[in-house]
Design a binder for this molecule. Structure first.
Ligand SMILES: [Fe+2]
Length: 163
């Protein structure tokens, strides 16, 4: 069963850095206590992820990308995320989203483990089934990227991309 797919869409590193530089000051700690209330999860201030959800009139470059891959009719949430050095996450499924596209900007050298498979990031965006059990090993550097969250199932998103 397919749990992830790399998207063959070129995405400008320069544009991604521009977005990061423009919005990095708006990053704030993600409330993980709420998100992981039903799962055992411990963290400290140093490893708590930082997050910024783009407003409707922001991140046009990412919106164009979503349009290009045919997903703009699906409601989505675009966030800039910074997962600090030392951050890790045990096995879990995501809360509030079933599918996610992760666009690495910096520091994605460690893999994500999806149903026991180590998946290493490439320069291309990673489409991932967030309803499958996955974990994140401890980072050796800050991991900065864009996350596009969808409520639709992975299967539905894949069908739409391939349509
Ligand atoms: Fe996750």
């Amino acid at each position: 069963m397919l749990n992830y797919m790399f998207l063959r869409q070129d995405i400008s590193k320069k544009e991604l850095s521009k977005i990061y530089n423009e919005f990095k000051d708006k990053l704030s700690p993600l409330n993980l206590e709420k998100k992981f209330a039903r799962q055992k999860y411990s963290y400290d201030d140093k490893t708590n992820p930082l997050w910024y959800t783009f407003k409707n009139n922001e991140a046009d470059f990412i919106k164009k990308f979503i349009e290009k891959i045919g997903l703009s009719n699906f409601e989505n949430k675009i966030t800039l995320s910074l997962l600090p050095v030392g951050y890790s996450l045990p096995d879990h499924t995501d809360f509030g989203r079933r599918t996610v596209i992760i666009i690495p900007i910096l520091g994605y050298d460690a893999p994500v483990i999806i149903e026991n498979e180590e998946v290493f990031y490439k320069d291309s965006p990673l489409l991932m089934d967030a309803s499958k059990i996955h974990s994140v090993p401890t980072h050796t550097q800050d991991r900065i990227g864009i996350q596009i969250s969808f409520k639709q199932s992975f299967k539905k998103i894949i069908e739409k991309i391939n349509a």
